[in-house]
Ligand binder design. Sequence first.
Ligand code: HEC
Length: 399
Amino acid sequence: MKNQTLPTIAKLSASGLLAVLITACGSSGSDDTNAAAPQSSAAAQTSSSLAASSSSEQASSVATNDSGVAESCAMLNGSFIECLDFENMSPGAVPSGFNQSGNGIAVVEGEGSYSGDLALKISGASASYLSLANFTGTHWGRMYYKNIAKPSSIDSYSHTTLVSGFDNGAQFRFVDMVAAPDNAADAGKYQHLYNTEPNDLSLEGPYDNSYDGEWVCVEWSMDTAAQEFYFYKDGNEVALANFGTSTNSTDLADAKKYNFNETNMTFQMTPVPAEISELRIGIQNYQQDSFTFLLDDIVIADARVGCDLAAEASSSEMSSSSMVMSSSEAASSSAPAVVVGKADFDMMCKGCHTGAPADLIGGRDQAALSAYINGAMPQGNPSACEDTCADEVASYILN
Ligand code: HEC
């Protein structure tokens, strides 16, 4: 669902949330042993962050969060499929559009947040999650998580799912982690992985993460046409491998199971369908180990959103103001479209287009230039500047 853009800078958006969690896995005891050595994943979807570091001011009124940003969803100006920053909600409420299951999940206030005042707290071992039905298989996700409690001892590889898709008996665990046991060489560390059921098949990242109580930004992309999955931590791609072989393929014909050495088992990995019947955001641990996390600023979108909330903040202020300008009632307001267009251009375009803006005209008139920007720019994330934004940036370029 698209967020409606309101003609005020401080728009509220309790738009949808994502739901959490992972679930039901019939497969308990998946001790993902392996420690697949980190390989190099050549696949380099590099960080797009088109958000050219504009240093313009951001919401400074919130002192109690960790990003200095009050409402991250509002800042995205509707450029998302689902966005959950948990602001403009009452603690304990269920985000609109989501179903909530399990006892270990609640929107909380005053316990820490990445942006704003509220976050989603998930705890325990059994499945507790927010869910959405009939979700697109191809998507980008971005989420911040913070571990605030973990077991005092971990006896065997401890597998926790935070975001997953369910379809027809299959599971696709997009944000997933396995903590190494205390007696392993990697004790104290955990890996991120893409893990699927049936057969507990994985594309695994290295055991190089620690539960240190810091906010972590994770991003993932699932492309069902290509059947490829990419995962990023704090903006950097995590190298994934199936039993030591680097790959991002989610439909491997001969995926090896984590205990391949012991059992010599390979299985066809279930491809992710174009439509997943349910997306879950929350928590489930398959070894009955209890972890507690805060989740915040969860976005599911068609394109990469990135981890820079400050950039989102400045971008939204610009776009919000452009909405004000363009609304007919506000036509008398002070800044002309060209001025707003320049601000948007400086923020979203100048990082790549360092030359004279007029060099970009290419013989187009206002309508053609606006249409081009609307559909193609900023490159890699055209939804960041559509409609009014595209019109105003075109006006600036032509001026
Ligand atoms: C990440 C880098 C990047 C960003 C950010 C970016 N562009 Fe581009 N832009 C490109 C590239 C690369 C091309 C050439 C694309 C092609 O030929 O397919 C291009 C082409 C264009 C063109 C066509 C130029 C011509 O000669 O016909 C226009 C107009 C344009 N961009 C406008 C914008 C605007 C407006 C923004 C900001 C809203 C923007 N771009 C943001 C990389 C970027």
